[in-house]
Design a protein around this ligand. Structure first.
Ligand code: G4P
Length: 539
């Protein structure tokens, strides 16, 4: 292990932090996340051929039995973090599991990134899952760049889409490009900042347009009419005028504070708009920021090494039964073989064989910097939210549990295995694979998950790893909220009053399990001094 003199290390830190971009893509299924991911990797030179990410997704969707779950986890780890370089920037793209594998991890990944890219289908507009993911981004005012996809289809009017983003997501939408036509009449986009026309040509179609982009001298340039026709040119002029009057001008500060999203229009499958998106993203998206701990904020450029665990993935190699803990480096330089302190358990550990995730493979890591994600082998001692540093004891916050949205009661096929069940459930809860609640009034185990596939995974893992055959029964619960109240007397009165709906989670936190949304709302009204939290920090 080489040790750099202090000044050299801090210089290196400044340089490496400034060029890192760690982000995730948020979207509703089918909006085009996989296609855009693939195109970003292709343009970033991380893969040679389109189709590789797609093939993984197809394999994930093949079947839904346990073998597929197992296989999918093997697959999803390589695509969990995709690292590539673009224009001098080191880009870490973190996968947000979607579709059936949508889970609490999807939310938690968003707490480990510095910004997000939102993909919206131009035909459908803002959809449900995007709203949920946006709510998570809002917890940390994460900056969001938007790509409105599928402009080659007859989609909604661009003004209507911007309005939808503003109303449904509560964020200003500031277009950086503007579409010319849509569907069959889609000609391309006008770059509002550069006064440039970019022509669309469908993938594979040859000779549709002589040039990819043409610079015009503003919107009054007669060349515009020649190039796109006078009808579309006057539509474009009218739209841009309307935008100047009623739209939001792009403001980088508002983007960085999460109040405004710059918007690009394009078609990922046709490679259209992807290059501008990637170039602008690399240029404007934020580098790693300071992160809060229970005691102070830690700047990424601090020389002290620190990192936090935001995800644990089990059984990635079924032959080895290994678990990998994903650590986001928050400050300092990581070097292979370095000794760090695992603060929750007060032990010093050597991280000898960390892995870094490349677009397709895992590779041994020699050195990593703030914003990078490394995987470390975990034999069951690491929990989500755990902090590692090489000096000062710290505990990062901001990587919470999220209120589950689906619930099941667990029953054992063989009651003699209750010890195994309990051990399995507690360990799986620590890993963040599921949440476990024990009602105050009975001996049930209630499982809570953000995505339904989590339940299948848990039953299979209980059987394979803990020899406990569990069955599920439906549970009459629709929402969970963690309870907080500084006033001890009110808390006691509340506990007495709604005891039948209260439970303790795996870390003994009081939780209200609501039978339906109406009851939750009513209880919140009746008990205004009680806080009903949708997230809970790890201890
Ligand atoms: P997801 O990861 O967000 O779920 O979306 P994905 O990229 O898989 O895209 C969903 C569907 O939308 C795919 O079609 C994909 O080809 C299509 N798509 C993506 N970008 C565009 C675009 O710019 N224009 C149009 N017209 N379609 C686009 P599919 O039929 O479900 O899959 P496939 O058979 O094409 O692979």
């Amino acid at each position: 292990m080489t040790t750099l003199p202090e000044t050299e290390l801090s210089r290196a830190l400044r340089r490496e932090v400034a060029r890192r971009r760690t982000f995730a893509i948020i979207s509703h299924p089918d909006a085009g996340k996989t296609t855009l991911t693939e195109k970003l990797l292709l343009f970033g030179g991380a893969i040679q051929m389109a189709g590789e990410v797609k093939a993984r997704k197809a394999a994930r969707h093949a079947t839904s039995d346990w073998m597929a779950v197992e296989r999918e986890r093997g697959i999803s780890v390589t695509s969990s973090v995709m690292k590539f370089e673009h224009a001098g920037h080191e880009i870490n793209l973190l996968d947000t599991p979607g579709h059936q594998d949508f889970s609490e991890d999807t939310y938690r990944v968003l707490t480990a990134v510095d910004s997000a890219l939102m993909v919206i289908d131009s035909v459908k507009g803002v959809e449900n899952q995007t709203k949920k993911l946006m709510d998570v981004c809002r917890l940390r005012d994460t900056p969001i760049m938007t790509f409105i996809n599928k402009l080659d289809r007859d989609g909604r009017e661009p003004f209507d889409l911007l309005d939808d983003i503003e109303k449904s997501l509560g964020i200003e939408a500031a277009p950086l490009t503007w579409p010319i036509g849509s569907g069959k009449g889609f000609q391309g986009v006008y770059d509002l900042r550069r006064n440039e026309l970019r022509f669309f040509s469908a993938q594979g179609a040859k000779g549709v347009r002589p040039k990819d982009s043409v610079l015009v001298k503003g919107l009054d340039d007669p060349k515009l009419d020649e190039l796109i026709g006078s009808g579309p040119a006057s539509d474009l002029r009218r739209d841009v005028e309307l935008l100047a009057g009623a739209g939001y001008p792009f403001d980088v500060k508002r983007y960085l504070s999460g109040e405004q999203t710059p918007v690009f229009f394009g078609s990922a499958i046709n490679n259209f708009g992807v290059q501008e998106l990637l170039d602008t993203f690399a240029q404007l998206a934020p580098a790693p920021k300071p992160r809060p701990t229970t005691t102070r904020e830690v700047a990424p450029t601090e020389e002290q090494f620190s990192g936090v665990i935001f995800k644990i993935q089990a059984n990635m190699d079924p032959a080895h039964r290994d678990r990998i803990a994903f650590m986001r480096i928050c400050s300092g330089r990581f070097q292979r073989g370095m000794r760090v302190r695992h603060h929750r358990i007060g032990k010093e550990v050597q991280i000898a064989n960390a892995i870094i995730f490349m677009a397709q493979d895992r590779a041994g890591v020699e050195e990593a910097w703030p914003g990078d994600i490394i995987g470390i082998h975990n034999h069951g001692t690491i929990k989500i939210g755990d902090t590692f540093t090489d000096k000062e004891p710290l505990k990062f916050t901001g990587i919470p549990n999220f209120a589950p949205e689906h619930f099941r009661r667990v029953r054992l096929a063989n009651p003699l295995k209750s010890k195994q069940l309990e051990k399995g459930l507690l360990q799986l809860a620590e890993e963040g694979a599921v949440q476990v609640f024990r009602p105050m009034d009975n001996n049930d185990y209630i499982l809570g998950a953000v995505g339904l596939l989590q339940f299948d995974v848990i039953v299979a893992r209980l059987r394979d790893e803990y020899s406990a055959d569990a069955l599920y029964e439906s549970a009459p619960i629709e929402a969970a909220r963690w309870i907080d109240c500084p006033d001890r007397q009110r808390l006691d009165a509340f506990t007495k009053d709604v005891r039948a709906n209260l439970a303790l989670d795996a870390e003994d936190n009081l939780t209200y399990l609501a039978p339906n949304a109406w009851r939750l709302g009513r209880t919140m009204e009746l008990w205004p001094e009680i806080e009903f939290r949708t997230t809970r920090e790890h201890q």
